[in-house]
Ligand binder design. Structure first.
Ligand code: PEP
Length: 252
């Protein structure tokens, strides 16, 4: 079973409404009618509607960087996946390392978020990955196993709405990239864990993206690994000059 290459841009807390709109137009034009790869962008909540309008008519997927794990209620400052769907969002990023490590979000919160996002009929991009200390202590696979447990709430009919992004925390925004071999080893483990949790068909079909200082210069080599199905790109997704060549490195 083949997996469609998937390139996603995480715009984090960057850009103005004008710059986000203009970048959305650039990404839409770059992707064109291409159906042999998937491209998604994840602007801030505030820019979602501007980006949605500027992606109109393209097949670029609109994503949100986070959500809260409840449908609605007294949760000041939070956003529900149902609200995201109402804004035209198709996929929600859950468990980005900055949510886990800067904002102290727990694995239990990820479970709630995965559950409610799927219930809201949105796709999930579950981010997992170890810190440098955890890698050096030989705990990488144990961390992946713990974080991937959030997939236990996925029902068989929801499997085609799941993407996993392996993002070693030490490689995010640091300029340090996992070698293609390190990425492949971790991706193979993620796929094995998907198989354990959701079965062989899920393991064969769920895309596993790599994230961590992906650039035009290293994208093709990372993407050439058998279990690397795409890339989740932070810094280099903020300009089409950097992001365009990464998109082009994704080949079916
Ligand atoms: C990310 O934000 O998910 C990321 C991988 O960032 P960067 O590409 O800047 O390391």
């Amino acid at each position: 079973m083949s997996r469609v290459p998937y390139i996603a841009g995480n715009w984090k807390m960057h850009l103005t409404k004008r710059k986000a709109s203009s970048l959305a137009r650039d990404v839409a034009a770059h992707q064109g009618e291409n159906a042999t790869r998937k491209v998604a962008v994840f602007p801030t909540f505030l820019h979602l509607d501007y980006v949605r309008r500027n992606l109109k008519g393209s097949n670029v997927i609109l994503g949100a960087q986070n959500c809260y794990g409840k449908k609605e209620g007294a949760f000041t400052g939070e956003i529900s996946p149902y609200m995201l769907r109402d804004m035209g969002v198709k996929v929600v990023m859950i468990g980005h390392s900055e949510r886990r490590h800067v904002f102290g979000e727990t694995d239990a919160m990820m479970v709630e978020k995965v559950k409610i996002t799927l219930r809201a009929k949105l796709d999930v991009m579950l981010c997992v990955g170890e810190t440098l200390d955890e890698r050096e202590a030989g705990k990488t696979f144990a961390v992946l196993a713990r974080q991937m447990r959030a997939l236990k709430v996925v029902k068989p009919t929801q499997i085609d709405r799941i993407t996993v992004a392996y993002e070693p925390v030490w490689a995010i925004g640091t300029g340090k990239t996992a070698t293609p071999e390190m990425a492949q080893e971790a991706h193979a483990e993620c796929r094995r864990l998907v198989g354990d949790i959701l079965g062989a068909d899920a393991a064969a079909t769920i895309p596993v993206l790599y994230g961590g200082s992906v650039k035009a210069g290293n994208a093709a080599e990372l993407l050439s690994q058998p279990d690397v199905d795409g890339a989740l790109v932070g810094g280099a997704s903020l300009s089409i000059n950097d992001f365009g060549p990464i998109i082009d490195a994704a080949k079916a």
